[in-house]
Design a protein around this ligand. Structure first.
Ligand code: FMN
Length: 213
């Protein structure tokens, strides 16, 4: 729908009311692919993207998210969930993936593997690793919002939910996952959304950007 990224970003807003229209599968696939292509530290991608279309499940999620209407009025819900534990076997799996994709022996990646494992150790405890993983997940969230806007799809990023309850609802502990941020995807209902058409508020460039000599 948009070819210019700034036009798309000016068009998008955190939509409060959606009209229930379904997003075509091919469009969802493109948005998810943008998330998959997000860069991450070392390329490890220490999170999983859950895609929920089922209206009944989205209605249940809504109950854990302050009844925000976008969750049931949208078409899809994306849950960015970090891996609860992050240890050496995750690194080994990742190294095996690189070796396979690039058709090189694993041994060529020994230094890279050690560097990643060293970083994980430096990060410290499980909570610190989860914070680190969450930072990676938020990059994917940003690309998701941008890709959705370029596709003419509305997307509301949300932290306004109870992560523990959402995790329980989705069975995430059993999957070694925990939710960090979600995004409701759909199409705006301008007739019911009071925030539709409001001027976008961002700090002026002169305050936002500092030019260092
Ligand atoms: C991490 C994050 C969490 C957010 N959580 C919510 C939320 O729970 N509900 C909501 O309606 N908007 C939420 N927002 C939307 C912001 O309020 C919105 O992006 C901001 O006010 C700027 O407005 P705009 O995106 O419409 O331009 C969230 C945004 C981000 C980035």
């Amino acid at each position: 729908m948009f070819t210019d990224v700034l036009n798309a970003l000016n068009w998008r807003y955190a939509t409060k009311r959606m009209n229930g229209q379904s997003i075509p599968q091919a469009t969802i696939d493109r948005i998810v692919e943008a998330a998959r292509l997000a860069p991450s530290s070392y390329g490890l991608q220490p999170y999983t993207l859950l895609v929920i279309e089922d209206p009944e499940l989205r209605a249940k999620v809504q109950q854990q998210a302050a009844q925000q209407p976008q969750l049931s009025e949208g078409s899809h819900l994306l849950v960015f969930a970090t891996w609860t534990t992050l240890d050496e076997h995750h690194v080994d799996e990742f190294i095996a993936l690189i070796a396979n994709e690039r058709e090189i022996p694993v041994s060529e990646l020994n230094d890279y593997s050690s560097a990643i494992k060293g970083t994980l150790e430096t990060l410290g405890d499980t909570a610190a690793k989860q914070q680190w993983a969450a930072r990676q997940a938020y990059i994917a969230l940003g690309l998701t919002l941008t890709a959705a806007a370029l596709e003419g799809v509305d997307a509301t990023p949300m932290e306004g939910f109870d992560p523990k309850e959402l995790d329980r609802l989705l069975g995430l502990p059993e999957k070694n996952l925990n939710s960090v941020v979600i995004a409701a995807l759909g199409y705006r209902d301008e007739t019911r959304d009071d925030t539709a058409g409001q001027a976008k508020v961002r700090r002026p460039l002169a305050q936002f950007r500092q030019l260092l000599a």
